[in-house]
Write a protein that binds this ligand. Structure first.
Ligand code: G3P
Length: 219
């Protein structure tokens, strides 16, 4: 995961679930190789095994719980993610938020299981608080821009600048509405170590073309 990194969140989109997740992952891996860029795929937990078996680029879970081995029906055990091919996990995504207390122990548990952590924050201020729990990366995503057509890079560059000041350049990922190479270029120019993107690639008419466009923002 050499920065700059493009994290692609498959969310629960039909285009990126089950067999479709596998097909998409294979195509994205080829692009990552061709352009020599770091791409990380954040797939649904149930798709981890099949996707991680098929590609050599890092695959992240979308969520993990702060539980240990034992009687925890339905919860997501970090060690089970690791054993099923996860390289890391997203935590506290805007669509799956957890309390600060749980977040602290979730980061600790994920690390104990050998997982990298990319923790989401709604604001740069929140990112600053989360950094005290020492995640590997923190992703700042203004919630109102998530899934929309205007990127954080274009609509709120000041958020990126502020977040860089708080989080430093090594750990900061930014996301929300990222769709073009120019969006990526702006984010990296302001000091981000990468971007977190979903609909702009996964829901694009031509996801390969969309990822190639993002990749060009890094060249
Ligand atoms: O996890 C990525 C995310 O929430 C941003 O989504 O669709 O705006 O790229 P999107």
């Amino acid at each position: 995961m050499k920065p700059p990194v493009i994290f692609i969140n498959f969310k629960a989109y039909k285009s990126a679930t089950g067999e479709n997740a596998l097909k998409m992952a294979r195509k994205f891996e080829k692009i990552a190789r061709k352009f020599r860029i770091s791409v990380v795929l954040c797939v649904q937990n149930v798709d981890l095994y099949r996707v991680s078996q098929a590609v050599a680029i890092p695959v992240f879970a979308q969520h993990a719980d702060n539980i240990e081995y034992g009687a925890h029906t339905g919860y997501v055990l970090p060690e089970a993610l690791k054993q099923n091919g996860a390289y890391g996990t997203l935590l506290n995504h805007a669509e799956h938020q957890i309390s600060d207390e749980s977040l602290k122990s979730s980061i600790e548990r994920a690390k104990q299981a050998g997982l990298f952590t990319l923790v989401c924050a709604n604001t740069p201020g929140k990112a600053g608080k989360i950094l005290k729990y020492n995640p590997d990366f923190v992703a700042v995503e203004p919630p109102e821009l998530i899934g929309g057509d205007i990127s954080v890079s274009k609509a709120k560059p000041e958020v990126i600048k502020k977040a860089v000041k708080i989080a430093g350049q090594k750990k900061l990922i930014v996301g929300a509405g990222i769709k073009t190479g120019e969006d990526v270029k702006i984010a990296v120019k302001f000091g981000a170590a990468g971007v977190l993107v979903a609909s702009g690639v996964v829901q694009a008419q031509n996801p390969q073309k969309a990822l190639i466009d993002l990749a060009k923002g890094l060249l």
